[in-house]
Design a protein around this ligand. Sequence first.
Ligand code: A3P
Length: 292
Amino acid sequence: SMMHSDVFHTELEVIHEIPLYRPFVEKWAQVESFQARPDDLLISTYPKSGTTWISEIVDMIYNNGDEEKCKRDAIFNRVPFMEMSCPGLLSGTEQLDTVPSHRTHLPVQLLPVSFWEQDCKMIYLARNAKDVAVSYYHFYQMAKMHPDPGTWDEFLGKFMAGKVAYGSWYDHVKGWWEKKKAYRILYMFYEDMKKDPKREIEKVLQFLGKDLKEEVVNKILHHTSFQEMKKNPTANYEMMPTWAMDHSVSPFMRKGMSGDWKNYFTVAQNEIFDAHYKEQMKGSTFKCQMEI
Ligand code: A3P
């Protein structure tokens, strides 16, 4: 409808120097004052880093590998999106009371303080910047709330400058990387999950203090594979209204691989990106594989 397209194709608004969607900023007070409980689990990611994948794994763990229970609702309701606020969709803070785990894309400095005060367990999932940029470019086109991304070259420039929703990828991964020294944060990588998903699921189990039989772990592994999630309507975002996401432009479950950036970056773009990356990540011990 007109109302939805007006609300959704929105420019970004800056809050505490981070560009965010305007409808989120309007409800910011509710996010800021959110009261976490000590046993809440927070899943934190920069957009397009595998949020849905790790969320499905966590929900499967909470439900002891029962895939029927995990089909009870769409992933965005089972693991609600904390700062979500859009007319026509449930807001994240309205759903928070009823669930054990939440997800956010907020950089560390914007996370509601109660998560630190309550010393909640958190899982941070990082993905290499080049694949994130490519995935984000496609997402900007299919998820209708985003402003027009322009050409790939224009979008890449905005990504490098941190002028996309949630701001700088570099600051995001570095910010959470530093926080893990003092808080209960399991810091994971998309590339590790691609390489050895079973080992990574076992890390999550250990972090959550859960012990599941090998056959249950194998069920989780199967249910959360890209192929299975792509055809699962409760995981693939096809339950989102089409005015919010248009999968015919680009499916949410797009490729699910590492190194797809090679199909998009020109040699020149790659050189500029690498030099800028080095500058941005200078002084940080953060290391990430650009392909596997
Ligand atoms: P691509 O666009 O590169 O395919 P998020 O959930 O944070 O929005 O991230 C979406 C990205 O994760 C998409 O990347 C999507 O295909 C990928 N993804 C989702 N589920 C996955 C899975 N089970 N295995 C691998 N990649 C997955």
